[in-house]
Design a protein around this ligand. Structure first.
Ligand code: 13P
Length: 249
């Protein structure tokens, strides 16, 4: 039985004041449920998030990390630093990092290994663009993104990871993949991993991300291979995010 996961990706949003309001809303409004709930905050707010959320059931993480442990990497943040602030998870390979900052599969695989070596859980994102979908390349694109990491880290590494399928065309567009479209890709990703190791494939939580809202979360999460969500815009609103968490159980 896989534990559902609902992760908020705040992206580059917030101020000290809005973060405080959001965290208060989550702390007081979220009822204990079956799902693991976490928020991935911008680096400068991790200290504030750690102060507010320690001792609660809500975990927190980051949206990116360096593949290097320390040194002359101006502007970068190491896994050790994230550990210092109590992060449990790190989002890796988000399509915005791939498209806007040129992150390639090999660097993402290095980051994945660095995160796991420190005992944190990577949330590996994969997803196709609209052009790739229309060209019938969805499965080959997401499988390549996934297997670049599996080939580097090994299949058993996936027992300590979370996978997120985020079709690029559904991110921030209000255009959600239908439950059938999402389930088809989730099932294919799990089947691809099952060719390497059935038990690992079966235990892996695969989240859907892309315009998830309180109004569409339940039908997505009801699909057999969708184990929760990676939530962008809707995670900035406590009431909306809580409703999504409740839809996950
Ligand atoms: P939206 O929920 O805003 O579409 O963003 C999804 C996402 O990119 C989460 O990582």
């Amino acid at each position: 039985m896989r534990t559902p996961v609902v992760a908020g990706n705040w992206k580059m949003n917030g101020t000290k004041a809005t973060v405080a309001t959001l965290l208060q809303g989550l702390k007081h409004g979220l009822q204990p449920g079956r799902a693991n709930v976490l928020v991935c905050a911008p680096f400068p707010y991790l200290s504030q998030v750690a102060d507010e959320l320690s001792g609660t059931a809500i975990q927190w993480g980051a949206q990116n990390v360096s593949e290097h442990p320390s040194g002359a990497y101006t502007g970068e943040v190491s896994v050790g630093m994230l550990e210092d602030f109590g992060c449990s998870h790190v989002i890796l390979g988000h399509s915005e990092r791939r498209a806007l900052y040129g992150e390639q599969d090999d660097v993402i695989a290095e980051k994945f290994c660095a995160v796991q070596a420190a005992g944190l859980t990577p949330i590996l994102c994969v997803g196709e663009t609209l052009e790739q979908r229309e060209a019938g390349a969805t499965m080959s694109v997401v499988e390549q993104q996934l297997m670049a990491v599996v080939n580097r880290a090994g299949i058993t590494a996936m027992t300590k990871a979370v996978l997120a399928y985020e079709p690029v065309w559904a991110i921030g567009t209000g255009k959600t993949a239908s439950p059938e479209q999402a389930q088809e890709v989730h099932q294919a990703l799990r089947a691809r991993l099952a060719r390497e190791d059935g038990a690992v494939a079966d235990s892996l939580s695969i989240l859907y991300g892309g315009s998830v809202k309180a109004s569409n979360a339940a039908e997505l999460f009801a699909c057999p291979d969708i184990d929760g969500g990676l939530i962008g815009g809707a995670s900035l609103d406590a009431e909306e995010f809580i409703a999504i968490c409740q839809a996950a159980g």
